[in-house]
Design a protein around this ligand. Structure first.
Ligand SMILES: NC(=O)c1ccc[n+]([C@@H]2O[C@H](COP(=O)([O-])OP(=O)(O)OC[C@H]3O[C@@H](n4cnc5c(N)ncnc54)[C@H](OP(=O)(O)O)[C@@H]3O)[C@@H](O)[C@H]2O)c1
Length: 264
């Protein structure tokens, strides 16, 4: 299957690395087109450059993955709309842009097959959690697109009406988790730990805790309860989180990002 990525920045680059890393990827031939440096990026990623989009028909491209930012959708759609896209599936990773809005941008293709995905930046180490949904015409393509991005981690079929909620939960949380991790590293360094020691220690604690939670049948609350013995040390920190209403702050952050996603 021939797949063309248009717009190869952080996210598309991470996905391409994930797909090409997988041993089961032999059935995919990956092409890329970027506004600049297409050939250099293709060499770096070990995929094929497609400098002129006019060549996509001759090359027999079957899947086009849009890796540009939402603001660039219109200019890309105007270019792609001149080609016959009847046998092409458009895969969009653009946050907040519905399948209907994509169809609208491609004025000449009212029956465009559209599959939306929402990956995260862990795709290159095959640890993305990727949400997927399709419009009516794209329903037959959803399984093949599911297979492509299974090479980058797990894939969840999500109804489009809650795709924004998935976007914040899966696409944005890596940044929020790292923000929280960094705050702990900074606190440890301020208290006197050397930076690399603090970083190793906090990363190790995150890794171990997640691995433990995944293999356990216990809820996060139950494990917190086991660590926070009465009159112990850990509970003192939890009290500060509770008194500062950390849960409310997280809820507000989630909803602020959600509102922005829905504004598109
Ligand atoms: N970053 C994430 O964690 C993440 C997670 C989930 C979804 N997404 C979605 O992924 C998309 C890309 O995000 P990103 O973070 O990867 O952004 P990015 O790093 O800015 O990548 C965008 C890429 O598109 C290229 N581009 C812009 N206009 C183009 C055009 N007309 N033709 C061809 N290429 C063009 C840019 O090239 P130049 O560098 O030359 O401008 C750049 O390489 C967004 O829609 C975002 O919503 C991102």
């Amino acid at each position: 299957m021939k797949i063309l990525f248009i717009g190869v920045g952080h996210m598309a680059g991470s996905l391409i690395k994930g797909i090409t890393k997988s041993t089961s990827n032999k059935k995919y031939e990956i092409y890329i087109n970027n506004r600049e440096s297409t050939v250099a990026k293709a060499q770096e990623l070990n995929v094929k450059p497609l400098v002129n989009l006019e060549d996509l028909q001759n090359e027999g491209i079957e899947v086009i993955v849009l890796g540009v930012r939402p603001a660039q959708l219109k200019e890309i759609a105007i270019v792609l709309d001149q080609f016959n896209l009847t046998n092409v599936t458009i895969v969009s990773m653009l946050s907040g842009i519905s399948a209907d809005k994509i169809t609208e941008a491609f004025g000449r293709h009212p029956k465009l097959k559209i599959v939306r995905i929402m990956p995260n930046i862990n795709a290159d180490i095959t640890k993305s959690v990727t949400g997927i949904c399709a419009n009516h015409y794209g329903e037959k393509s959803i399984d093949e697109v599911f297979d492509i991005f299974s090479n980058c981690g797990s894939v969840e079929k999500i109804n489009e009406d809650i795709f924004s909620e998935f976007t914040i939960s899966g696409g944005c949380t890596p940044a929020y988790i790292l923000f929280f991790l960094k705050a702990f590293v900074d606190a440890a360094v301020k208290s006197g730990l050397e930076y690399q020691t603090a970083l190793r220690t906090i990363i190790g604690s995150f890794e171990g805790t997640i691995a433990n939670l995944k293999k356990s049948s216990k809820t996060p609350e139950a494990i917190i309860g086991e660590i926070c013995v009465p009159n112990g040390v850990t509970i003192e920190g939890i009290k500060v989180f509770e008194n500062s209403n950390l849960e409310k702050i997280v809820f507000e952050a989630f909803n602020k990002a959600l509102k922005k996603d829905k504004e598109h």
